[in-house]
Design a binder for this molecule. Structure first.
Ligand code: LLP
Length: 438
C-alpha cells in the first residue's frame, strides 16, 4: 500500500476521500486515482535523475485519462505517444509538441503527417519502409521530419513473455547491425533531421542486467555514429522500469535504475529521454469493486464474486499478473473478527481466466462489501473493453478530499447507439415463438 491509499477510521481512503463514499456516489466497478501519488511518482523519478539532462516523456499508453496526463504534464513530464488518439490527448492535456515523442511499429501515414504538422519533437522510426514513407510525407509537406531510429538490441527483458520487446525476433525496431548503414543514408536526406537513437526492451523489468546490456549497446552505437561525424542529438532509453510489487523477485531500485541511465549520459554526454509509463501511474490507482455473491468450492475454498471483471482489468487474465486485494472496511481485520482466510476473487465474465486473485487474504465479507485491487493505475482503464455487454467503467480522480469524475461510465444508450441496424433489417421484427406458432 502506498501513502496515498491508507486506512483512516477503519475505511480505506484515497488521499482524504473515503472509498466507500466514492462507491456510493458513482457505483462500482470504477478506477480511483490519487493526484498526489501521481505527482510524487514523477517527482521521485525526476529527483533520482537530478543532475542528468533527461526529459521524462510519460508513456500515455499506461493511462491516458486527461486528468492523469495533465497532472504529469504540470509536474514537468513530456509525452510518449503511439497514435493520433494519444497525440490529441497529450496536446489537450497541455504537453508541448516539443516534448512529445512518437513511438510505435505501425504508425499510419496520416498520423505521421499530423505529427509533422503539429511539430512533434521526435518520431521513432522502426522500419526502412516507415522511413521511406516519412521521407515522402516530409517532402510533400515541406517540413523536415525529426527522426530517431529505434534499435532492436536483441536483449530479452520484461515481466512477461507478451511484453518483452527487445529480442531479435520481436517485431520492434531495426536490427542493431543495420543501424549505421540506415543512419548514414538518412543523415544525407535533406527532408530528415536526424535526432538520434531509441530503444525500449520491455515492460515491468525488475532487474538491472537487461537495461545495462541494452543501454550499453545503444551508447556504443551512438559513439560509433558520432565518430563518423554523423549528427546524434540525443538518446531515448524507453520505459520499462517498475517498482517491484512482487517481493519474491529482486526489485531494481529507482536509484539503481537512475545510475544505469546516468551511466549512458557519462559515456556519451548526450541528453536523454525516458519513456516511463507504469512507474508513473501504477501505484497511483486502484480498481474498486463490490462483492456480489460468495460461494464455497467443494474443496471448502471461499470464492468471492465481485462486480469487476476481466473486461475492466485485463492484467491478471492476460499476463497472470498478481495484484494485492484489500477490503475497504478494515474493521473485520480486528482481533474480534474471524481471521483473514484466503479466497478466490472472480468476476462475472464466463471464462475461468476471469479471476483477480487465487488466494487473497481477506476478512469475512458479505454482499455489498467493497474491495480494492491495488496498483491498478497503469494498463487498467486503457485496456478495458465492453466484453460481455459490460459498459466501460468510470474513472475518478481524487486530490486531498476533492473527488472528481474524470471519465463517466459508458451508458447503456451509448453502447446500443454504436450499432445502427442496416435499413434492410429495420422493419423486421425478431421472430417470437408466439408468431411462429400456428
Ligand atoms: N515506450 C514504449 C515504446 C513502449 O512500448 C512502452 C510500453 C513504454 C514506453 C512504457 O513502458 P512501461 O514504462 O510502462 O513499462 N499492457 C502491459 C504493458 C505493455 C507495455 C507496452 N509498451 C501490462 O499491462 O503489463
Amino acid at each position: 500500500m502506498t501513502g496515498s491509499f491508507s486506512y483512516r477510521r477503519g475505511i480505506l481512503h484515497a488521499e482524504n476521500a473515503p472509498l466507500d463514499e466514492i462507491a456510493r456516489r458513482f457505483g462500482t466497478p470504477l478506477y480511483v486515482y490519487a493526484a498526489g501519488e501521481l505527482r510524487a511518482l514523477y517527482d521521485r523519478m525526476a529527483a533520482a535523475l537530478r543532475g542528468c539532462p533527461v526529459l521524462l516523456c510519460y508513456a500515455l499508453k499506461a493511462n491516458f485519462n486527461l486528468a492523469v496526463v495533465r497532472i504529469l504534464a504540470r509536474a514537468g513530464a513530456g509525452a510518449d505517444i503511439v497514435s493520433e488518439g494519444e497525440m490529441r490527448r497529450a496536446l489537450q492535456a497541455g504537453v508541448q509538441p516539443s516534448a512529445i515523442i512518437f513511438s510505435g511499429v505501425g504508425k499510419r501515414k496520416e498520423e505521421l503527417a499530423l505529427a509533422l504538422k503539429m511539430g512533434i519533437a521526435q518520431i521513432n522510426v522502426e522500419s526502412e519502409e516507415e522511413l521511406a514513407a516519412l521521407i515522402e510525407i516530409a517532402q510533400a509537406s515541406g517540413i523536415r521530419a525529426p527522426v530517431a531510429l529505434r534499435v532492436n538490441p536483441n536483449v530479452a527483458a520484461g515481466g512477461h513473455e507478451k511484453i518483452a520487446t527487445g529480442r531479435e525476433g520481436d517485431k520492434f525496431g531495426l536490427p542493431l547491425e543495420k543501424i549505421p548503414e540506415i543512419y548514414r543514408a538518412a543523415a544525407k536526406e535533406p527532408s530528415l533531421a536526424m535526432q538520434g537513437l531509441a530503444v525500449h526492451i520491455g515492460s515491468q523489468i525488475l532487474d538491472a542486467a537487461p537495461f545495462r546490456e541494452a543501454f550499453g549497446k545503444l551508447a556504443g552505437l551512438a559513439k560509433a555514429l558520432r565518430q563518423e561525424g554523423l549528427p546524434v542529438a540525443r538518446l531515448d532509453l524507453g520505459g520499462g522500469f517498475a517498482y517491484g510489487q512482487d517481493l519474491e523477485r529482486a526489485a531494481l531500485s529507482l536509484e539503481d535504475y537512475a545510475d544505469l541511465v546516468r551511466q549512458v549520459w557519462r559515456e556519451t554526454e548526450l541528453p536523454l529521454i525516458l519513456e516511463p509509463g507504469r512507474a508513473l501511474t501504477a501505484s497511483a490507482g486502484i480498481l474498486l469493486a463490490s462483492v456480489l455473491y460468495q460461494k464455497t468450492a467443494p474443496s471448502g475454498e471461499r470464492i468471492l464474486v465481485v462486480d469487476a471483471a476481466m473486461n475492466d482489468f485485463l492484467r491478471p487474465a492476460l499476463y497472470g499478473a498478481s495484484h494485492a486485494v484489500l477490503a475497504v472496511r478494515e474493521e473485520a481485520k480486528s482481533a474480534a473478527a474471524a481471521p483473514a482466510a484466503p479466497c478466490q476473487i472472480v468476476g462475472p465474465v464466463c471464462e475461468s481466466g476471469d479471476r483477480f486473485a487465487s488466494a487473497a487474504p481477506l476478512p469475512p465479507m458479505a454482499a455489498g462489501d467493497l474491495i480494492a485491487l491495488m496498483d491498478a493505475g497503469a494498463y487498467g482503464a486503457v485496456m478495458a473493453s465492453s466484453y460481455n455487454g459490460r459498459p466501460r467503467l468510470a474513472e475518478i480522480i481524487v486530490s486531498d478530499s476533492r473527488i472528481w469524475l474524470a471519465r463517466a461510465r459508458e451508458s447503456r444508450r451509448e453502447m446500443l447507439e454504436r450499432d445502427p441496424l442496416p435499413p434492410w433489417l429495420l422493419d423486421e421484427r425478431a421472430p417470437s415463438s408466439a408468431r411462429r406458432s400456428p
